[in-house]
Design a protein around this ligand. Structure first.
Ligand code: PDD
Length: 284
């Protein structure tokens, strides 16, 4: 079965899907994206993802490529055509095709690409069961990390360094010595008093949808939550640590820079929240 992609009005074979060389996404990374999880053929937290997409577009003074209802239809149709039941749907909007020039073009129409893929469920299950290692490194990104921009060069460099160091994820550290987030995940610890700690929303981090739902789940489970920055040192002596993202929801972190967190096995709060997520994440 061949994969299908949606590209600017057409469903095409994934292997043959093309974008113009003067698309501003290709030329300038002038675009934004969303990744929405899919469970049992339904989208997870679609409303929140689409709200964030609209916000990212607004912040870059870009147009929605079409009305929301039409976009929702395309997300589902792309899933259906790819027979994806458990996986994710990826949606990217760029400012469109125009001769290469830095200012916004006058008449470009936004480009829209939607793809869908299955999750590697065995890989995620193994990561959840055993926990993963993260390594810390300087956060070299721009000052508006709350915009889900397709410009991800510092993120991929950080992820690559982490993988070369044998770790699963990079935790990025700001100039003041506090963890911002992972290269493609939000960062969490459970402190010595059992409080769940994560950095507050602001321009320094992506406002993760999974992060948002985990906070709701934690509060309703009676887990005390503190939104404040933490240092790598505090994380290393925390009871637990974990990462969150739409793809895998929660993955426990058992080692930071080679140092064991807690007893170097997945934490109970992380696993409990992962389980609770199922009751709070909205499927549509
Ligand atoms: N990454 N922080 C960063 C820098 C991210 O790129 C992501 C998501 C997250 C988690 O956000 P959410 O819970 O909304 O998925 C945090 C996606 C999955 C990606 O780039 O593939």
């Amino acid at each position: 079965m061949s994969r299908i992609a949606y590209v600017n009005g057409h469903y095409v074979r994934h292997a043959e899907a093309c974008i113009h060389i003067e698309d501003r996404g290709y030329q300038f990374a002038d675009g934004v994206y969303e990744v929405c999880g899919v469970r049992g053929g339904k989208l997870m937290d679609e409303t929140l993802h689409l709200e964030r997409l609209q916000r990212s577009l607004r912040e870059l003074r870009m147009e929605m490529p079409m009305p929301l209802a039409a976009l929702k239809h395309i997300l589902r149709e792309t899933l259906r055509r790819n027979h994806v039941l458990n996986g994710m749907v990826y949606c990217q909007v760029t400012r469109g095709v125009a001769p290469r020039d830095h200012p916004f073009p006058k008449n470009a129409r936004p480009s829209l690409v939607v793809t869908a893929k299955r999750l590697n469920e065995a890989r995620i299950a193994a990561a959840v069961a055993h926990g993963v290692e993260v390594v810390t490194m300087p956060d070299q990104r721009w000052a508006r990390r709350d915009i889900k921009s397709i410009a991800l060069l510092p993120n991929i460099l950080a992820k690559q360094s982490a993988r070369e160091a044998g770790a699963y994820e990079a935790w990025l550290v700001d100039a003041e010595g506090f963890v911002t987030e992972g290269s493609s995940t939000n960062a969490w610890i459970v402190d010595e008093e059992g409080r769940l700690v994560t950095r507050p929303e602001g321009p320094d981090i992506l406002h993760g949808i999974t992060r948002h739902v985990i906070l709701q789940a934690a509060r309703s489970e009676g887990i005390e939550v503190v939104e404040r920055p933490f240092t790598p040192q505090e994380a290393k002596s925390a009871r637990e640590a974990f990462i969150s993202a739409s793809s895998a929801i929660i993955i426990p972190v058992i080692r930071i820079d080679g140092q064991a967190v807690g007893n170097a096995s997945p934490g109970l709060v992380a696993l409990r929240l992962r389980e609770a997520y199922g009751r709070f994440g909205e499927l549509s």
